[in-house]
Design a protein around this ligand. Structure first.
Ligand code: ZN
Length: 345
């Protein structure tokens, strides 16, 4: 099945975007386990945040401003978008490359304008990682799961055990790093078999994890979105585990805004509002994952977004629907980051 013209999300497409930047600037965030470049692309003026203490110590001193004082005049709202933490979850990469095209040329990769998102992005420092797990991405020989069957999806996402059987979800997390247990290493993992979502955050194994945490610590984004695919789920946020309740409240608040904006545009059914709170009392316990870790390093909002992936199973979105709700999500997130900052000062 051929993908629409705007559906660009390969490693080659990312390199192309980096090479042709005029307004944004790119740097190599780090290199992957497989020695591939991971790019960070930036728009807008940045803050230079001085840390008098790390976040834990500032919280211990009962004042997060010792970590990052955002009440200073001229503070610039900052949003970080992280695509393809799992390499085969292409949708976020596609959305980010279209956002870059809009910011560069005023048109997306289909040649369409989107004044709403450009208006929302104005005045924001935007940090974009089109694909964090480039190793996993390199293992998938196509650019989307649109119209693909469930078996193909599982094979390329989670891979196969030594006996050739599919590493289903969630059993694919039962071995970590998984590399020595598999026949085909799925796109979930970097070349060392690390699932970045479940690294050991006190002693990170992957350079990719370290680089992302360092970025979150240095720049202290007001909102970080981790862009995932969730088979044919209705696109939604997952509440973040083990963070202070005021952050769960913000995540819920932003979810309501995205839902409202989608309804206003006649596509409310494409987005589902998350729970108000995380279920931190559950047993077996929820995992403290990469999203929790990013939130704990800087005390800010960090959210998992799960997109529909358009598989040939129930609740299948079209490429255009995946893209439409992504653009609404981005615009509302930018507006929300601005509101957070104006309320704080
Ligand atoms: Zn994922």
């Amino acid at each position: 099945m051929s993908t629409p013209v705007f559906w660009k999300g390969s490693l080659h497409d990312i390199e192309n975007a980096v090479r042709t930047l005029q307004r944004g600037k790119a740097e190599i965030l780090c290199r992957s386990a497989g020695k591939r470049n991971i790019y960070l692309i930036e728009y807008g003026n940045r803050n230079y945040i001085r840390h008098n203490a790390n976040y834990s110590s500032a919280a211990g001193a009962l004042n997060p401003k010792y970590y990052a004082d955002k009440s200073t005049p001229g503070y610039i709202p900052t949003v970080l978008l992280v695509g393809a933490i799992h390499g085969g979850e292409f949708e976020g990469t596609v959305a980010i490359l279209n956002l870059i095209s809009l910011l560069e040329t005023g048109k997306d990769l289909a040649g369409n304008e989107n004044h709403d998102i450009l208006d929302a992005a104005r005045g924001i420092n935007l940090l974009l990682i089109p694909c964090l797990n480039v190793d996993g991405r390199a293992r998938v020989p196509f650019d989307s799961f649109l119209g693909k069957d469930y078996k193909t999806f599982r094979y390329y996402s989670q891979g196969t055990w030594k006996d050739g059987s599919l590493c289903e979800w969630p059993d694919c997390k039962a071995k970590h790093p998984i590399k020595d247990y598999v026949d085909f290493l799925g796109s979930y993992f970097n070349d060392d078999g690390v699932n970045l979502m479940h690294d050991n955050f006190f002693f990170p194994m992957a350079e990719e994890t370290k680089a992302l945490l360092k970025l979150c610590d240095e720049r202290v984004p007001d909102v970080t979105l981790h862009l995932h695919g969730g088979a044919n789920t209705t696109s939604k946020f997952l509440q973040t585990n083990y963070v202070p309740e005021h952050l769960n409240k913000r995540i819920y608040e932003l979810a309501l805004r995205v839902k409202k904006a989608a309804e206003d545009k006649g596509c409310g059914e494409l987005f589902e509002v998350c729970e108000e709170k995380a279920d931190n009392g559950a047993y077996p316990p929820q995992s403290f994952n990469l999203v929790s870790a990013c939130s704990h390093i800087n005390g800010e909002v960090s959210i998992t977004y799960e997109s529909n992936q358009g598989l040939d199973i129930e609740n299948r979105y079209k490429a255009e629907q995946i893209y439409t709700i992504y653009m609404i999500l981005f615009a509302e997130t930018f507006r929300y980051a601005k509101d957070l900052v104006s309320h704080a000062s």
